[in-house]
Design a protein around this ligand. Structure first.
Ligand SMILES: *Cc1c(COP(=O)(O)O)cnc(C)c1O
Length: 464
C-alpha cells in the first residue's frame, strides 16, 4: 500500500514513511492510494474476537509491508491492555435501540488515547529500527496534551515537549501532564494564552533549519497513523450490533473531523453505516461545510465542550479530496484560497454523495446541559458534555428508529466535573488509577511567552 498527498505534489510514500512524515511536504494530508475492502464474511469474522485482533486485521492491509503485521499485532495488544475495560471500547445502552460507545477507558480518559497509545508505540518501533530519534512538539488547551504525553512517555526514541498556557487550563488537565515523571517528557507552562502557545509551536515548525536539526514532529490527526486506529471501533461496534446483516448509525462529536473521517473510511471499506451524524458545538466550521459547501473561518467561541472549540477542521481536506474524485490540483487550489482568504467553497452538487449518509447538527451549551440532566434522569448514566453534543444531535437527526444509533462517548465525565455537576447534580469521581492525582509531585518549567526562551529550552533538552 502506497500513500498519496491530497495536494498531489509530495512524494508517494509507504506506511512507515507516512507515519514519520505526518504532514506531506506540499502541505497536504496523506491518504492510501486505494481503499481496502471488507467483505461481509470478513466483518462476520470479527464477531466475538478480542479487540486487538480486530484492530490488527483491519489495519493489516494498510501497512503494505512498511511495518511488519506481527509488530503491529504486538503494539495494539500492549496499547489496549492499558485500557481499563475488558472490551476496550464497551457499548452501553442509554435508550431504545440507542447506545454510547465508551472510548474513554484509556490512561487519560479521552478518546484520543485509542489512537495515540498505538501511534506512540508505532513511532518508537519504527525509529528504533532505523536508529533515529524524533522530537514531538505540540501545544494544548487541555485534552490533547495529556494523551500525547502518555503516548510518548518513557519511549527512548522520542522526546516530547508540550506547551500549555500557564494558569489557563484546568487543574486535572495540568496534573495529568505535569505529574508524569519521565525523563523524555517536558511540560512548558508558557506565560500567555493558548493561541500564544500555538503560535510559538507554528513558528518553530516553520523554521526549517530547527525542524531538521531536532527532527520535529507532531502527533495530531494530520497523521494518517492516528486516523487509522479510529476506523477500528466503527467496525467493531457495528459488528457487535449485528453487522454485516444489520446496518448501524453513528453520531460523532466533532472538532478536527478526524474521528468523523475515520467513520467515513469505515463505511468506504464496507461497514454497513446507514447514517453518520456530524455533531458540533457553537464552533461549527465542519457542519457548515457539510451543509453548504462553504468552508469559512470564524472566531472561536469557548463552550462547555472545549475539545471541540476548533477554528479549522484539518481532516475536512481528506474528505474534500474524495468528494472531488481525488483531483489533487483542485484540492490544492481550494486550500490555497482558504489559507489566503479564510474562505472557499465547492459546488453544492459535489456534496450529493454525502447527503445520502451525513446529517449535521449544531448544539448549544444550554441544550447540552439539559441533555446531560435528561440522560441521567432516564438511564442513571452520567455523560460528559462532548458526548452530550453527540447524543442531542443523534436524536435530532435520526432517520430510522429501527437502526441502532451509536453515539461516540469521547471523554470520561470526570474530566469535566464542574459542567457535569451543574447539569446533573452528580460530581463524577476520577477512576482509581487517577485518585491520587492531586498528591503527586509536578514537573513543569515556567517560561515567558518568548520564542527564544522556548526554543532554547527545547534545543537544550532534545536528544535528536
Ligand atoms: C479531540 C476531541 C474531540 C474531537 O475529535 P476530532 O477527531 O478532532 O473531531 C471530541 N471530544 C473530545 C473529548 C476530544 O478530546
Amino acid at each position: 500500500m502506497k500513500y498519496v498527498s491530497t495536494r498531489g505534489d509530495a512524494p508517494v510514500l509507504g506506511f512507515d514513511d507516512v507515519l514519520l512524515a505526518g504532514l506531506a511536504r506540499d502541505g497536504g494530508l496523506y491518504l492510501p492510494e486505494t481503499w481496502p475492502e471488507l467483505a461481509p464474511v470478513d466483518l462476520a469474522g470479527f464477531a466475538g474476537r478480542p479487540y486487538p485482533e480486530v484492530a490488527t486485521a483491519l489495519m493489516a492491509p494498510y501497512l503494505g509491508g512498511g511495518i511488519d503485521v506481527e509488530v503491529v499485532a504486538g503494539i495494539v495488544t500492549e496499547a489496549y491492555a492499558r485500557f481499563r475495560h475488558p472490551a476496550v471500547v464497551p457499548l452501553r445502552q442509554v435508550g431504545s435501540n440507542e447506545w454510547v460507545l465508551e472510548l474513554f477507558h484509556g490512561p487519560t480518559l479521552a478518546f484520543k488515547d485509542v489512537a495515540l497509545q498505538v501511534l506512540g508505540r508505532l513511532f518508537d518501533a519504527e525509529l528504533t529500527r532505523r536508529g533515529e530519534r524524533l522530537t514531538i512538539l505540540g501545544a494544548t488547551s487541555g485534552d490533547t496534551g495529556p494523551a500525547a504525553i502518555e503516548a510518548c512517555r518513557d519511549r527512548d526514541a522520542l522526546d516530547v515537549f508540550i506547551l500549555h498556557p500557564a494558569g489557563r487550563i484546568s487543574e486535572v488537565q495540568r496534573r495529568q501532564m505535569t505529574t508524569v515523571a519521565s525523563g523524555n517528557v517536558h511540560n512548558l507552562a508558557v506565560e500567555g494564552t493558548f493561541d500564544d502557545c500555538q503560535d510559538l509551536v507554528k513558528t518553530m515548525f516553520a523554521d526549517l533549519a530547527l525542524r531538521e536539526r531536532l527532527c520535529l514532529s507532531a502527533v495530531n490527526s494530520i497523521n494518517w497513523a492516528r486516523v487509522l486506529p479510529q476506523v477500528v471501533y466503527y467496525a467493531a461496534a457495528a459488528v457487535a450490533l449485528g453487522a454485516p446483516s444489520r446496518p448501524v448509525a453513528f453520531s460523532v462529536p466533532t472538532g478536527n473531523f478526524g474521528n468523523a473521517f475515520a467513520g467515513w473510511v469505515a463505511r468506504r471499506m464496507g461497514v454497513p453505516i446507514a447514517q453518520m451524524v456530524v455533531a458540533s458545538n457553537r464552533n461549527d466550521i465542519a457542519t457548515r461545510f457539510l451543509t453548504s459547501g462553504v468552508m469559512e473561518v470564524q472566531q472561536v467561541h469557548p463552550t462547555t465542550s472545549p475539545a471541540m472549540d476548533i477554528q479549522v477542521s484539518s481532516n475536512l481536506e481528506r474528505l474534500l479530496f474524495e468528494l472531488l474524485d481525488r483531483d489533487a490540483a483542485a484540492v490544492a487550489g481550494l486550500m490555497a484560497r482558504f489559507a489566503e482568504t479564510g474562505h472557499m467553497e465547492v459546488e453544492p452538487e459535489r456534496l450529493a454523495p454525502l447527503r445520502a449518509v451525513f446529517d449535521t447538527a449544531r448544539v448549544d451549551d444550554a441544550t447540552v446541559a439539559r441533555a446531560m440532566g435528561e440522560v441521567y434522569a432516564a438511564s442513571g448514566h452520567v455523560v460528559d458534555p462532548h458526548t452530550a453534543v453527540g447524543l442531542v444531535a443523534g436524536r435530532e437527526c435520526r432517520r430510522d428508529p429501527a437502526v441502532p444509533l451509536v453515539t461516540l462517548a469521547t471523554a470520561h465525565p470526570a474530566k469535566f466535573p464542574d459542567t457535569v455537576e451543574a447539569a446533573t447534580g452528580v460530581r463524577p469521581a476520577l477512576p482509581a488509577h487517577l485518585a491520587d492525582l492531586f498528591d503527586r509531585p509536578e514537573h513543569v518549567a515556567t517560561l515567558p511567552c518568548d520564542l527564544a526562551a522556548v526554543r532554547d529550552y527545547v534545543v537544550a533538552n532534545a536528544r535528536a
